[in-house]
Ligand binder design. Structure first.
Ligand code: FMN
Ligand code: SF4
Length: 394
């Protein structure tokens, strides 16, 4: 396995993200030119299907399959949405893509939108990402000036408009149906599925929603072919906590957690001893040392926790986050996240009762089995592992 291939981060820090000329000089927009001059949407879709590219937003759904579902819809109006909500604590890879590679992302958005047969794309941006908003806004203007966007792109029959929509930084608005509600001007809360957005999405029209990192892989796939991508696909890892190399690292997909932490991440910070790693952000599972020989799943965020960490602080942080971010639409999550946070407070104060201990198990079951959307289930993940693996209630 090639460990040094870079598809997304290759030019970070080496070219000026505010200058389209810099991107053009390193082969930028060659994929779009190839798409326009040598390919068609059907051929591009075939390449993406061949590439095996799967979503980097957490669920890992096959991108080619999703696009095919939208492309097959008869509707004349369709939409493409780049999901850059990224509201989970400790996860910031998509922001770095927007700030360092705005044109790579934009090129990916243009090709993706044209491939599914849409004429309008929207970037749903975390409202706190002001710098990214400015950079992306400039990139859109420069692409328009260079006829890479807008009417009759590069003299072809393709036309496309890209708009940035700033959310308010709510975690639930990263969920695609809540995100669509938010763009439509409604409360940012999830909708029942089916119908899925691929059939009935933004303004009731077929819509593909993709994570920013997923989209940033598209120019490489179009330029080099799906088969080549299959050999060298990468993933961004966000490393944090008691680890030497903190930050965002691009590495081959399929690496084991142990390799990411102890090789790419450089191992533990000086004087620290590994206790567990939380993998996948605030909604991530906890892994003990003996469980690290498994591939990294989810959004690629890894928080390494050492033996001196205060588990009560972590519990307060996890449960407080979900209590704040629960949208309140369904009772099990609205109440469950609240009660779990209250019990975490009593645990931290040394006032937990036997009744609380029983209640924790009931609440976890309720969150796992009865909530309306995945956010409720996510709220239970780390606490469940803390109960079972770290034995916090004993
Ligand atoms: C509570 C919740 C929050 C989510 N937040 C994000 C997010 O910030 N960014 C993202 O790309 N996907 C997020 N997702 C997943 C999206 O619903 C959707 O699956 C994803 O954007 C699809 O893109 P992909 O196939 O390229 O991964 C979230 C899902 C849930 C349930
Ligand atoms: S599970 Fe939570 S976030 Fe999802 S709909 Fe219910 S209250 Fe809202």
């Amino acid at each position: 396995m090639q460990k040094n291939i870079k598809i997304i981060t290759e030019y970070w820090g080496r070219i000026d993200p505010l200058k389209i000329e810099d991107y053009l000089n390193v082969g930028g927009y060659v994929a779009l030119k190839k798409f326009i001059k040598e390919m068609n949407p059907g051929k591009a879709l075939e390449e993406v299907k061949l590439s095996g590219l799967c979503g980097r937003g957490g669920a890992g759904f096959l991108t080619g399959k999703k696009w095919e579902m939208v492309a097959e819809q008869k509707s004349k109006e369709k939409y493409f949405i780049c999901n850059l909500d990224e509201s989970e604590p400790g996860v910031y890879k998509d922001r770095l893509i927007a700030e360092n590679s705005p044109h790579l992302l934009l090129e990916g958005i243009i090709i993706s939108t044209l491939t599914i047969g849409a004429k309008k794309a929207c970037i749903y941006l975390n409202g706190n990402y002001e710098k990214a908003r400015e950079i992306l806004g400039q990139a859109i203007s420069q692409a328009l000036e260079n006829n890479l966007l807008g009417k009759k792109i590069l003299g072809s029959e393709f036309s496309l408009e890209v708009e940035i929509f700033s959310g308010a930084g709510a975690y639930v608005c990263g969920e695609e149906t809540a995100l669509i509600n938010s763009i439509e001007g409604r409360r940012g809360e999830p909708k029942i599925r089916p119908p899925y957005p691929t059939e009935c999405g933004l303004f009731g029209k077929p819509t593909a929603v993709n994570n920013a990192e997923t989209i940033a892989n598209i120019p490489y796939i179009i330029q080099n072919g799906g088969e080549k991508y299959l050999e060298c696909a990468t993933k961004l890892f966000v490393l944090g906590g008691s680890i030497k190399n903190r930050g965002v690292i691009e590495a081959p997909i399929g690496l084991m957690m142990r390799e990411v932490i102890f090789e790419l991440g450089g191992g533990m910070s000086a004087g620290k001893e590994f206790w567990f790693a939380q993998v996948g952000g605030a909604a991530g599972k906890l892994y003990l040392e003996k469980e690290l020989d498994a591939p990294v799943l989810g959004s690629g965020a890894i928080l390494v926790v050492d033996k001196l960490a205060d588990i009560h602080d972590l519990l307060l942080s996890w449960t407080g986050f979900f209590r704040r971010e629960s949208c309140g639409k369904c009772v099990p999550c609205r109440e469950g996240t609240f009660r779990l946070n209250e019990i975490a407070e009593r645990l931290a104060d040394g006032e937990i009762s036997d009744r609380d201990k029983e209640a924790v198990l009931d609440i976890l079951w309720t969150l796992e089995n009865t909530t309306f959307c995945p956010l409720g289930k996510f709220a239970a993940v780390a606490v469940r592992d803390a109960v079972e693996k770290l034995e916090i209630l004993k």
